[in-house]
Design a binder for this molecule. Structure first.
Ligand code: ADP
Ligand code: MG
Length: 350
């Protein structure tokens, strides 16, 4: 999560009303953008009333506030307090804003074979990514990385008993950066549905969940090109689907010609290698977000068994040579936008 400042800007692009020639049917699409606490969210709603639109914007604002305040990995709040208590190793009552994330993160950690590991906050901090500004390098000393990896921080060290938790490993420091956005998007969608909104896309910087349809056709979205401007591919979405991408271009620094990015392989303590981006489609946004990170760490050779374990049915991995690895079901859905078709490596079905 990159959360630079406390801006709040509401940009309503307006309600576009299109009425077919003399036809009784009305088609209505509403788009607006909300920049809240440093995260830009695009909202698309089909056939929503002005009241529903207002509710949607309020819901999104409230959830982004929660994400910024409750789950911030380094600014003082419930998560930093939780981390301080976890270091002590004693039982304590977990803040209610944190407990459900720990519960879900423990399951995703298990299913990802430990590659999605939000307990490696100390490593992420060591690399300098717990800051509003990007680090400039040099990379941390290799001894410091090795000693943290050897202490094996993992979500299995957190024991839960009702509202109380404790950590059996003092090296555990929680950082929900790899799935907080997905978790927040799930909560936003649940609340939109409760407000009677059935056709919507919530798009937080290219990571999104879509419900319903765009009138009589599916929603259509673009996946960003990891190494250049514009869109790499388009996908049609219908029903209830989340599309999440993890990329090495989101947060990184260069040092002596090498790129060091923010997705850390918990097994080595270094930024994961071999991949520039991973896109996952799944119904639940938190799972899609965690899986995109886990499969990024798994890399071009290992992503398939991990995707299977996590129950993911659609994966696209762009490797550092520009080749695109996909399972056949994903390949059937992807429509490349560029003139030059990239080299595609098809995997076994998932
Ligand atoms: P993106 O910003 O591209 O959406 P991710 O969803 O993959 O990226 O989240 C990356 C963030 O997750 C990092 O900034 C860091 O806070 C945290 N993180 C890094 N490596 C891991 C990992 N292996 N497991 C869980 N969280 C991680
Ligand atoms: Mg992620």
């Amino acid at each position: 999560m990159n959360l630079p400042g406390r801006h709040l800007l509401l940009l309503t692009l307006g309600l576009l009303l299109l009425t077919g020639c003399g036809a009784a049917r009305q088609t209505r699409i509403h788009h607006s953008q909300l920049l809240s606490f440093g995260t830009l969210v695009d909202i698309s709603l089909w056939d929503a009333s002005p009241e529903q639109i207002e509710n949607a914007e309020r819901i999104i604002h409230d959830e982004l506030h929660a994400m910024h305040h409750d789950w911030h990995a380094w600014q003082p709040g419930p998560l930093t307090e939780t981390n301080q208590q976890l270091r002590g190793g004693e039982w304590f009552v977990c803040p209610p804003a944190i407990l459900p994330l720990i519960v879900q993160a423990k399951q995703l950690y298990q299913r990802s074979g430990g590659l999605f590991n939000p307990a490696i906050g100390q490593l992420v901090a060591l690399w300098g990514f717990h800051s509003d500004t990007l680090p400039k390098g040099p990379p941390p000393p290799k001894e410091a990385i090795a000693s943290l990896v050897a202490r094996k921080p993992g979500m299995d060290a957190i024991v839960i008993d009702g509202q109380r938790i404790r950590s059996t490993n003092p090296a555990v420091q929680l950082d929900f950066g790899a799935f907080a956005k997905g978790y927040a998007v799930d909560r936003i969608i649940e609340k939109l549905i409760a407000n009677g909104i059935g056709n919507a896309i919530i798009n937080a910087g290219g990571d999104l969940r879509a419900i319903g349809r765009h009138g009589d056709r599916p929603w259509r979205i673009g996946i960003r090109n990891p190494r250049g401007p514009g869109v790499l591919a388009g996908i049609e979405l219908s029903g209830d689907e989340s599309v999440f991408t993890s990329g090495d271009y989101e947060r990184f620094f260069r040092y002596r010609g090498k790129r060091y990015h923010h997705i850390i392989d918990p097994r080595t303590g270094y930024p994961a290698r071999g991949v520039t981006s991973v896109t996952v489609i799944h119904d639940n946004a938190a799972t899609a977000d965690a899986a995109a990170t886990a499969l990024f760490v798994a890399g071009p050779e290992e992503w398939h068994p991990i995707a299977r374990r996590m129950g993911i049915k659609y994966v696209m991995v762009v490797d550092d040579k520009g080749r695109i690895h996909m399972n056949p079901a994903m390949a059937r859905r992807i429509q490349f936008e560029s003139e030059q078709k990239p080299e595609v490596v098809l995997s076994k079905p998932l």
